[in-house]
Design a protein. Structure first.
Length: 274
């Protein structure tokens, strides 16, 4: 693996995530699939707005049952499971972090979804799939770790059938000023490649996409963090804190203040291949 990718994978790797997840679930690990999936939403949707944000993004794609979807930077596979169960699509996910892929695939097996979802370890910049084999691609909170957005979107474009769509939901630059680290995707600036919406749109266009729309989800983000802060008591055992290690509280505080201050915002962009 490229040195930078190794550092990114190391940033996300906890080492004991599978065991920690089972311990946090306890007896609830044996719940029926729908109830277990509901619980997992607290940890397997590693982006601002959680599952509600994924549901909203998926609605905009208007997916048809049986279609093939590629989830870039799939993490633990929460987005893949939501798309597969709610929209009846087949999902292939790819992620640099082997631990996420392994835990995600074992969750899929536990939920009876292995036939519909395949998560593989690899880089979004060297996609190992057949050209023009996907109807749609999703990418949630991943581009902040990828410097060369044109190369990224050229790779994704080559995977999509004519008319194929991409839905992006990333943290983007909406204001000036230095960023304060650590943030959930990077301990310091060396792993962080946050870009402005205009940079994304230009990179998409260069890669052959037609941009159909852009939505700033700042309000959703502010409500999400306010709700998180309003929950009394210590952080829940089953929650995003599990993924962010010892600096979890600092990472969450930093992203919240920088979104509230307008330096950063979660932005959704929809585009398609003509
Ligand atoms: C903040 S997490 C989001 C995970 C998932 N999309 C979600 O919303 O739950 C970012 C993910 O992007 C992955 N990632 C970062 N750079 C990548 C790359 N070049 N190729 C594939 N995955 C990458 C990381 O390993 C990590 O799992």
């Amino acid at each position: 693996m490229e040195p930078l990718n190794e550092l990114i994978a190391r940033h996300y790797t906890r080492g004991d995530l599978g065991a920690a997840l089972l311990a946090a679930l306890g007896e609830r690990a044996a719940l029926p699939p729908a109830a277990l999936m509901e619980l997992l939403g607290a940890v397997d949707e590693f982006h601002v707005g959680g599952r509600a944000a994924t549901i909203a993004l998926a609605e905009d794609l208007a997916l048809q049952p049986g279609q093939n979807v590629l989830d870039i930077g799939c993490g633990l596979g929460g987005t893949a499971r939501l798309l597969a169960t709610r929209h009846g699509v087949r999902v292939t996910g790819i992620d640099l972090t082997a631990e996420y892929v392994d835990v995600g695939n074992s969750l899929n097996a536990r939920l009876g979804l292995s036939g519909q979802i395949d998560l593989v370890c690899g880089s979004a910049l060297t996609l190992p799939f057949a050209a023009r084999s996907f109807d749609a691609a999703t990418m949630l909170h991943v581009g902040m770790n990828i410097a060369d957005k044109v190369a990224l979107f050229v790779q994704i474009a080559s995977m999509l059938k004519p008319g194929g769509q991409i839905a992006i939901y990333d943290i983007m630059r909406t204001g000036g000023g230095a960023l304060t680290f650590p943030l959930p995707w990077a301990g310091d600036a060396s792993l962080s490649f946050v870009a402005a919406p205009l940079d994304y749109r230009r990179a998409l266009t260069k890669a052959g996409f037609v941009v159909r729309g852009q939505i700033n989800e700042r309000e959703r983000a502010c409500a999400f963090f306010a709700e998180m802060a309003a929950r009394a008591g210590p952080a829940p055992a089953l929650g995003l804190g599990m993924l962010m290690g010892a600096e979890a509280a600092q990472k969450l505080a930093h992203i919240r203040t920088q979104i509230e201050a307008g330096l950063l915002a979660p932005i959704q962009i929809l585009a398609n291949i003509p």
